[in-house]
Design a protein around this ligand. Structure first.
Ligand code: SAH
Length: 216
């Protein structure tokens, strides 16, 4: 599972060094990313490129997120904490970000609107023995109210504007991290709840597939 040559632990360490060079500096997140074998989350034909810092296609017109962006979003979610309680992920995709979250959260709830992507993602997490994830084939535009409140919500597809239902599902002190904006003009946005107050910060520009409504 650890891989050889282009998929080896050493190749992964080189990716971590590159992420550090770009400014990722949360040691908890970097240690987890050094553990999780990203090549298991892409098509075999692309495995040799799994430790480049780029997004890669996963079929169904979706992509596995760029490692630097995974590091950054997870770091923004943790905000210096080493571990979170309950976290909702919207957009399971390949399951790579899910696996990173499973290592630093007690329980992950992950929703994906494309049913055909969900099964392989679940199998990868099972292969890695990550058992603290509950998946669902559902539209996460309005979150997953049944399991709220969450200490963190991470969205890996971009809506044009922040869906109002998501901040309502944050626990006190909880953070929502998501890309917001139109194609070509998205930025990472973080909302933090303190009691009934929600504060908002903007971070760097990113490129994600759009958040779509409905289930396939
Ligand atoms: N974190 C994933 C990124 C996948 S791309 C990875 O690294 O592999 C974003 C995913 O969000 C796609 O799989 C897409 O189908 C899904 N998605 C888009 N809109 C959604 C919605 N409303 N609810 C749930 N999933 C959604």
């Amino acid at each position: 599972m650890d891989g050889i040559g282009m998929t080896s632990r050493r190749t992964r360490e080189r990716l971590i060094a590159r992420l550090r060079g770009k400014g990722a500096d949360d040691e908890t997140v970097l240690a987890v990313m050094a553990e999780v074998p990203r090549h298991l989350f892409v098509d075999e034909a692309l495995a040799s490129r799994a430790y480049e810092d780029t997004a890669l296609p996963t079929g169904h017109h979706q992509t596995i997120s760029q490692p630097y962006v995974v590091a950054l979003m997870t770091q923004l979610l943790l905000d210096g904490r080493r571990r979170l309680g309950r976290v909702l992920e919207v957009g399971t995709g390949s399951g790579y970000q899910t696996a990173i979250l499973a290592h630093c959260c007690d329980k992950v709830f992950s929703v994906e609107r494309i049913g055909a992507l969900l099964r392989p993602a679940q199998e990868r997490l099972a292969e890695l023995r990550l058992r603290n994830v509950q998946f669902a084939n559902r539209d996460g535009y309005d979150g997953w109210p049944a399991h709220a409140p969450y200490d963190g919500i991470l969205v890996t597809a971009a809506p044009p504007a922040v869906p109002p239902g998501l901040t309502a599902q944050l626990a006190d002190g909880g953070r929502l991290v998501l890309p917001v904006g139109p194609d070509g003009g998205q930025r990472l946005c973080v909302h933090t709840r303190a009691g009934s107050r929600i504060s908002k910060e903007w971070h760097e520009g990113v490129t994600f597939v759009p958040l779509r409504k409905g289930v396939d």
